[in-house]
Design a protein around this ligand. Structure first.
Ligand SMILES: Cc1cc2nc3c(=O)[nH]c(=O)nc-3n(C[C@H](O)[C@H](O)[C@H](O)COP(=O)(O)OP(=O)(O)OC[C@H]3O[C@@H](n4cnc5c(N)ncnc54)[C@H](O)[C@@H]3O)c2cc1C
Ligand SMILES: NC(=O)c1ccc[n+]([C@@H]2O[C@H](COP(=O)([O-])OP(=O)(O)OC[C@H]3O[C@@H](n4cnc5c(N)ncnc54)[C@H](O)[C@@H]3O)[C@@H](O)[C@H]2O)c1
Length: 446
């Protein structure tokens, strides 16, 4: 049987784009469908605009301590609307460069909502396209808890297009998104409250990172209501009121962000027509090569149960294309996936947390931890940094590294490669650092 394409990709986010480009580089005839903006969540309403807002907020934070560095006090004004226009312009330029890359690679971009008609056929607005292999890379969407009044709450998607800066922001969920927005909006002068169902924010990170980030943000004036769930949201006398916990404590807000996790975009895809099976949470069931329950259909990124991170989606897209079109079998090792929360203070980690290491290796696990004040600050109020190394056995093989503090993401990124290669604590001790930096502290933990 002949097909229109060798590969049809649904979704032009990081996972779909990586797979399409890699497959085309092996000579495959590729089409990619996108119903919204090219670049997906990451470029349009995730990592990219988020990191730019983090940087804008950093000016505000640096300005607060500039006096102690000899700068004179001068009036500053932040124009949110002007800034968001610059962000949108930057995103447009990324989209243009992606379009150019697709053109140069000979990949056909088809705009519209794609759904399966059968295992080899995709329908977009009534037009049918056939392909030998199909890759599902449709990403996910923000989940909203089913409580009365939740329609008043925004998701991260709308936060990037706020027409104003909120005065009183309440965030439901203290995960990556909640914590990053709490940090950025607080720096811009908003009064921020975070409500999380757990005892400490940032579930999944090492406990010292969770505590360190929460303490750092609390010092900045962010209020945390932990071990709590919002029961109801009301609109009363031109303001919003959140009813929290069994005690039905009320928390006022003018803007509410809900960030309690993301679910896969697997509805309205016609997956049942192709025979693709889902897991309980609606994620697509895949094997270690990202193959679904149907031989010629694959899935990558946030629509699967893998870590919801751009580099993971990209790695899966590349590995899929290498295996299927490059004839180079490639599986992903998910053991040492680094990640970071871009709050101030920044938190990051790679490998096992202390708790996970103890679960796996019991009493042979040890940790080294150092809390210190980095040289980069002259003020007493400055944040402390924390570094933590989890090691195992007599060889002290490094199982995990975790950090809170300036450049935590970049420092952990560099260590991630070494940890993946199986380094020991002694290897770190024997390495020579760069002075004066924060990163050198990882080479001198006792
Ligand atoms: C606020 C926020 C901040 C984030 N920050 C970071 C960060 O700092 N670092 C990090 O690593 N990760 C971050 N992430 C996560 C990251 O954005 C995702 O993990 C990544 O985008 C997943 O890539 P993907 O290709 O699987 O899906 P997506 O990027 O979601 O792309 C899927 C694409 O498929 C399209 N699509 C869906 N259904 C169809 C259909 N039926 N037909 C046609 N097209 C369709 C969608 O329109 C979308 O463009 C963040 C996420 C959010 C929400
Ligand atoms: N820097 C990054 O890499 C980055 C940034 C943003 C998003 N992301 C990705 O996007 C995903 C989604 O982010 P997210 O922040 O929405 O989810 P998350 O899973 O990171 O955090 C959800 C938080 O909400 C809390 N929660 C759940 N239900 C609740 C409820 N009803 N009331 C109060 N709290 C509740 C949880 O305890 C948890 O702390 C992340 O898992 C991450 O993979 C990554």
């Amino acid at each position: 049987m002949t097909f229109d394409y060798d590969l049809f990709v649904i979704g032009a986010g990081p996972g779909g784009l990586a797979a399409a480009k890699k497959a085309a580089s092996y000579g495959a005839r590729v089409a990619i469908a996108e119903k919204e903006a090219i670049g997906g969540t990451c470029v349009n309403r995730g990592c990219v605009p988020k990191k730019l807002i983090v940087q804008a907020a950093d000016f505000a934070l640096k300005n607060q301590i500039a006096l102690s560095y000899g700068w004179s006090d001068c009036k500053t004004y932040f124009d949110w609307t002007k800034f968001i226009k610059s962000v949108d312009k930057h995103i447009d330029s990324i989209q243009d460069s992606y379009l150019k890359q697709l053109q140069e690679a000979g990949i056909e971009l088809i705009r519209g909502h794609a759904s399966f008609t059968d295992a080899h056929t995709i329908d977009i607005d009534g037009r049918k396209y056939t392909a030998d292999k199909i890759l599902i890379a449709v990403g996910g969407y923000a989940v909203k808890p089913k409580i009365s009044g939740i329609e008043y709450a925004l998701t991260s998607r709308e936060m990037f297009h706020l027409p104003y800066l909120p005065k009183r922001l309440v965030i439901i969920g203290g995960g990556y998104i909640g914590v990053e927005f709490a940090s950025m909006m607080n720096a811009f002068g908003c009064e921020v409250t975070v409500i999380d169902k757990d005892e400490t924010i940032l579930s999944g990170f090492d406990i010292d990172i969770r505590r360190g980030v929460q303490q750092g943000l609390s010092k900045r004036g962010i209020r945390f209501i932990n071990n709590s769930m919002v029961k109801e949201i009301k609109y009363l006398e031109e303001r919003l009121l959140l009813i929290v916990g069994e005690s039905r404590k009320t928390v006022p807000a003018d803007t509410i962000l809900v960030a309690v996790g993301r679910a896969p975009n697997t509805k309205n895809l016609g997956l049942e027509k192709a025979g693709v099976e889902l897991e309980q949470k609606g994620t697509i069931k895949i094997d270690e090569y990202n193959r679904t329950t149907v031989e010629n259909i694959f899935a990558v990124g946030d629509c699967t149960s893998s870590p919801q991170l751009t580099p993971v989606a990209k790695a899966q897209g590349n590995a899929f294309a290498n295996t299927i079109f490059g004839k180079k079998e490639q599986k992903i090792n998910y053991d040492e996936v680094p990640s970071a929360v871009f709050s101030r203070p920044e938190g990051s980690g790679v490998g096992l947390t202390e708790a996970k290491a103890r679960e796996k290796f019991g009493d042979s696990v040890k940790f080294y931890r150092h809390h210190f004040q980095p040289l980069s600050s002259l003020t007493n109020e400055s944040e402390q940094a924390t570094m933590k190394l989890i090691v195992e056995g007599d060889s002290e093989r490094v199982l995990g590294a975790h950090m809170v503090g300036e450049n935590a993401a970049d420092i952990i990124q560099s260590l991630a490669v070494a940890i993946r290669k199986g380094i020991t604590k002694e290897d770190l001790d024997e390495s020579i650092g760069i002075h004066p930096t924060v990163g050198e502290e990882f080479l001198d933990l006792s």
